[in-house]
Write a protein that binds this ligand. Structure first.
Ligand code: HEC
Length: 254
């Protein structure tokens, strides 16, 4: 018995001190306060528009956003004319036409966001063999969600002394394994915000993360409003049922 306990303790100590495991483990990303957190959370429309600007001017060079349509942008405060203009800036392949040929035309609000590469192989070839994932659902598909995406944006550092980096990889505090094939995408003043907000790295990281949360779940506000209504309804129903129970049982002798 004592030996079994000893062996288990030794195993834990070994696991805990395994240098490889320690190197793999990424630091926990900063815990941020988001406007969309909590029961009454909502999106900050201005932040979403800034985040869209960062996505378009920076991330869209490598990352697609295939589940979002240009027309969805009216939900974050762009007018229909602005959306038309935004869409018209990129070309999509359409067709076949009457002759059976595919052709390029400016995108329309009804189109999905145009991807930077025609297919995954082309994307890998342009990125040192690594595939920049589609960002439509990335805030939901990564542990830590928005905090992790924000951390990833601000987590680039020089590698610690003695760490061997593979060819073309960058060191990131919050990426599992620390070696990421994405070069640091943000630097101060990289974009010039239309609303005059100062474009620091943390500011752009926050804005683009909020935009990606909206892209992954545009109905978040509705879901939360519905949740509040359901809770209120259930409270009311509980009170009513309690009153009914009291009334029904009031004549029963003890
Ligand atoms: C030069 C191309 C390039 C640009 C620009 C770029 N990325 Fe990436 N990104 C990549 C590549 C390549 C990967 C895959 C990295 C890997 O798996 O090592 C990646 C991975 C990611 C991931 C997934 C990380 C994970 O946990 O798997 C996120 C999130 C991401 N990028 C967000 C962004 C955002 C937001 C921007 C814009 C601010 C951006 N990227 C700009 C190339 C790029």
């Amino acid at each position: 018995m004592r030996r079994t306990v000893g062996a288990i303790v030794a195993a834990f100590v070994l696991i805990g001190s395994n240098p490889a495991a320690a190197a793999e483990e990424a630091a926990a990303p900063p815990s941020m306060k988001w406007t969309f957190d909590g029961l009454f959370g909502s999106f900050d429309r201005a932040a979403l528009r800034r985040g869209f600007q960062v996505y378009t001017e920076v991330c869209a060079a490598c990352h697609s956003l295939r589940l979002v349509h240009y027309r969805n942008l009216t939900a974050i405060g762009f007018t229909e004319d602005q959306v038309k203009a935004i869409a018209a800036e990129v070309e999509v392949t359409d067709g076949p036409d009457a002759e059976g040929e595919m052709f390029d035309r400016p995108a329309l609000p009804s189109d999905r966001f145009v991807s930077p590469f025609p297919n995954d192989n082309a994307a890998r070839a342009a990125n040192n063999g690594a595939l920049p994932p589609d960002l439509s659902l990335v805030t939901k598909s990564r542990i830590g969600g928005p905090d992790y995406i924000y951390g990833l944006m601000i987590g680039y550092k020089d590698e610690p002394e003695g760490m061997e980096m593979a060819e073309g990889m960058a060191y990131n505090m919050f990426f599992p394994g620390h070696q990421i094939a994405m070069p640091a995408p943000l630097s101060d003043e990289l974009v010039e915000y239309a609303d005059g907000t100062e474009a620091t790295v943390p500011q752009m990281a926050k804005d683009v993360t909020a935009f990606l949360v909206w892209a992954a779940e545009p109905e978040l506000e509705e879901r939360k409003r519905m949740g509040v209504k359901v809770v209120l309804f259930l409270l009311l129903l509980t009170g009513m049922l309690f009153a009914v129970k009291r009334a029904v049982w009031s004549n029963v002798p003890h």
